[in-house]
Ligand binder design. Sequence first.
Ligand SMILES: NC(=O)c1ccc[n+]([C@@H]2O[C@H](COP(=O)([O-])OP(=O)(O)OC[C@H]3O[C@@H](n4cnc5c(N)ncnc54)[C@H](OP(=O)(O)O)[C@@H]3O)[C@@H](O)[C@H]2O)c1
Length: 372
Amino acid sequence: MGFNRRDFIGASLAAASLAAAPWAAARTADRKLRILFLGGTGFLGPHTVRYALERGHELTLFNRGRTNNDLFPELETIIGNRDPDIDEGLDGLKGREWDAVIDTSGYVPRIVGASSELLADSVGQYLFVSTICQYDNWAEGGTGGTEARPRATLDDPTTEDVGSHYCALKAYCERAVDAAMPGRVTQIRPGLIVGPRDNTDRFSYWPVRVDRGGEVLAPGKPSDLTQYIDVRDLARFMVHCLEQGRADTYNVVRNPMPFGDLLGACLKTIDSDARLTWVPADFLAEHDLEAWRDIPAWADSDSALAGSLTWSADKALSAGLRISPVEDTIRDTLAWFKSLPQDRQQELRAGMSAEKEAAVLAAWHESRRARG
Ligand SMILES: NC(=O)c1ccc[n+]([C@@H]2O[C@H](COP(=O)([O-])OP(=O)(O)OC[C@H]3O[C@@H](n4cnc5c(N)ncnc54)[C@H](OP(=O)(O)O)[C@@H]3O)[C@@H](O)[C@H]2O)c1
């Protein structure tokens, strides 16, 4: 029996009348869902698949069979390309029914439109993973920003140049899903996703750097803000939204925390001789160190980027998002990183090089001495 539009609306109303249930990873859900996963084998996918399985749901994956294709041999995987213009495209999904679909691999509105239109009559709920940067002027205007802020627009919304327009294209992907399945869509807008399997190292840089010990260049001032979401918390919230039939839009981030608290938690959690030297933002800029390019997960609170790390997660928290202690995220991320092959560990993919850090620290101490 399929789970159709009417069933979905009934389940949503029932869920809405309940208080957000406390969730426990070990407990199975009251109702087993059949979930289609567009993707599932990269970073966010595996965490979400595993949690959904723990909750007792039934998963079908759809992907090209190229990325980590040995991860879930026990699951049905439909091989196909989600771009309907490539090979058989989405044909493998025709004639099937699921209660819900999770889409972690959509970047181009034409392609996301194709999957949501195709699945409109055969799935009850469409959960699309968008991004916090899909807002209009997201970087400048984040402070306390809620889901009510307008989405970004493009002069040419038909562009498929994801490299140049990743954020705004996600906004158009959201619109495409909304148009295909009005009232049955969950839009998930994560900030920086961090934790085990995050191959970008944008968060890992900090625990890894503290673990390496010695004098650590700490950027700006301790009160500058950072913001992220632990991938495990995000995965649990996504499955929770399906279980509760929540057809709504959520920023999924940890509410902003001072950068000093993040580094303080690294020092507390990791056994090393690391010590912090805070170097002001203007000195960093004079020495060609840029937020994100060289200093991940940080923005100077006086810069145009500051708002990007200050979005509000209050709505998701009210809906049941749970945030893990930062110490757990730090500990688990470092343990995962240290399990990687040695050559990979030598190549941190984010953050400044050790040589650059040492040179800027030396220049900073020299400038302090010169000033007396
Ligand atoms: N990382 C962050 O900080 C961050 C922040 C905000 C939002 N996000 C969003 O979070 C999501 C994270 O995604 P993820 O990569 O971790 O998801 P994932 O589901 O773990 O991995 C991507 C999956 O998509 C499949 N795939 C890629 N191209 C495909 C195609 N043309 N047809 C069919 N399947 C295809 C891949 O398998 P095959 O290669 O085998 O096809 C893989 O299974 C993204 O939507 C991203 O925009 C990320």
